[in-house]
Design a protein around this ligand. Structure first.
Ligand code: C5P
Ligand code: MG
Length: 232
């Protein structure tokens, strides 16, 4: 230490100055921030049910029944993406269209922002989020930044059955992905990327078989739902 710093008062002032300089240097560096989507909070009593199942498993049909009887708001991630694709001036229209046609997964930031905006716009507190999450990271991000899901309804369906239903639906749906090439790609993505989500949430998953009449599946669906949302 130099003679200059031997005097205690000068030493203290010197250390103080060094401290200030260090602090100001730190302050000027990029602030360390988490990479968040910056979404506004939802009401504290918001409940979310994730509704999963391969393409054509009957998620939309069963959600419509639940809405009638239990007062949930039904939001389909696929429908929201298709709407956004059609929206004039959307910067994502072409990207979404190409990804859907390929049966791949749209970047989660887009889907989560659309879901959050739709939840806000609907204003309810009970939501069926259908066709989401399609990948583990989507679920984690949504639960971190929007709300934790209360349960997961999983419609289990063999591929042959889904193929039969999607081919039939393709006759009238006009969807760019209800054709055999897209269907095969969607099955692959479901198996490899979406199915692991069911395992991630195994503690709150309720499995319902799709191999029944619509009413039969709905009876099982009600039973599963009421474990987590008992009717009054
Ligand atoms: O659920 P649905 O079959 O309507 O989804 C259609 C397509 O939308 C999916 O195959 C996928 O390309 C896209 N999608 C997505 N992420 C989601 C839901 C749907 O990328 N969470
Ligand atoms: Mg659907």
């Amino acid at each position: 230490m130099t003679a200059f710093f031997r005097k205690p008062a000068v030493l203290a002032a010197g250390l103080g100055a060094i401290g200030l300089a260090a602090a100001s240097q730190l302050y000027q560096k990029e602030p360390i921030k988490k990479n968040t989507l910056g979404l506004s909070p939802l009401p504290k009593d918001t409940s979310v049910v994730f509704v999963l199942g391969g393409p054509g498993a009957g998620k939309g049909t069963q959600c419509a029944n639940i809405v009638k009887d239990y007062g949930f708001v039904h939001l389909s991630a696929g429908d929201l993406l298709r709407e956004e694709r059609q929206r004039k001036g959307s910067p994502y229209g072409e990207l979404i269209n190409n990804i859907i046609k390929e049966g791949q997964i749209v970047p989660m930031e887009i889907t989560i922002s659309l879901l959050h905006a739709a939840m806000k716009a609907n204003g309810g507190t009970r939501f069926l989020i259908d066709g989401f999450p399609r990948a583990i990271d989507q679920g984690e991000k949504f639960e971190d930044e929007v709300v934790k899901s209360k349960m997961v309804l999983y419609f289990e369906c063999p591929e042959e059955e889904m193929l039969k239903r999607l081919t039939k639906r393709g006759e009238t749906s006009g969807r760019v992905d209800d054709n055999i090439e897209s269907i095969i790609k969607r099955f692959k993505v479901f198996k490899e990327t979406s199915y692991p989500v069911i395992e991630l949430y195994k503690d709150k998953v309720e499995k319902v078989s799709c191999m029944n009449t619509v009413d039969g599946v709905y009876n099982d669906t009600k039973r599963a739902l009421e474990k987590h949302f008992p009717s009054k």
